[in-house]
Ligand binder design. Sequence first.
Ligand code: UP5
Ligand code: MG
Length: 190
Amino acid sequence: PKEKTPFITFVLGGPGSGKGTQCIKIVETFGFTHLSAGDLLRREIASNSADGAMILNTIKEGKIVPSQVTVKLIQKDMESSDNDKFLIDGFPRTEENRVSFDQIISVEPNVVLFFDCPEEEMVKRVLNRNQGRVDDNLETIKKRLQVFEALSLPVINYYSQRGKLYTIKAIGTEDEIFEQVRPIFTAFEL
Ligand code: UP5
Ligand code: MG
């Protein structure tokens, strides 16, 4: 059981906006533990768990996996970690995700990063990635972009209204983008 309230950062942005890439740099510089919701779900598929087939179909369609499934995976990794600084990458993607995390984990995020990237750049990056992801094809990318706009932007607006949102212009080189991220955590003395 953890005594200290953890420092939580949600990392949001459209498909291919560079969330995972920047999380690696944040981990290196500020010592966070990186929990990518998408990676946790892909790990469930690979492990042939009971929910694996459902998760695979949902990801292929660019839709959102039921909140309870995702939150439990995040919770498990948070509880088994000794760290008290977490980067939660690609979550929450819907208002329902957000409320579910709040109810199950009962901790508010300290920081919400939004990697704001033009659609055509996101499409280009995802199509160039070539890591065999089942959702990295033009048809699924279009669906992911629609879901992002319809369901994830409201979550981003919610945190903006609460004064927790830090918007990063996610174009330029990886290092240029990280130089916008760095001062945010430096200010929190992390
Ligand atoms: N790249 C990165 N930065 C670059 C730069 N500055 N200039 C040029 N290229 C750059 O980057 C994408 C590609 O761009 C890489 O090749 C990178 O080298 C290059 P990456 O850092 O991987 O971007 P990221 O934002 O992480 O893109 P990703 O595709 O992972 O985002 P998604 O949000 O689409 O994917 P995620 O894995 O989070 O989710 C996948 C699916 O899982 C969802 O669509 C959904 O179906 C499901 N899901 C849920 O249901 N619930 C959840 O809570 C989470 C996921
Ligand atoms: Mg990612």
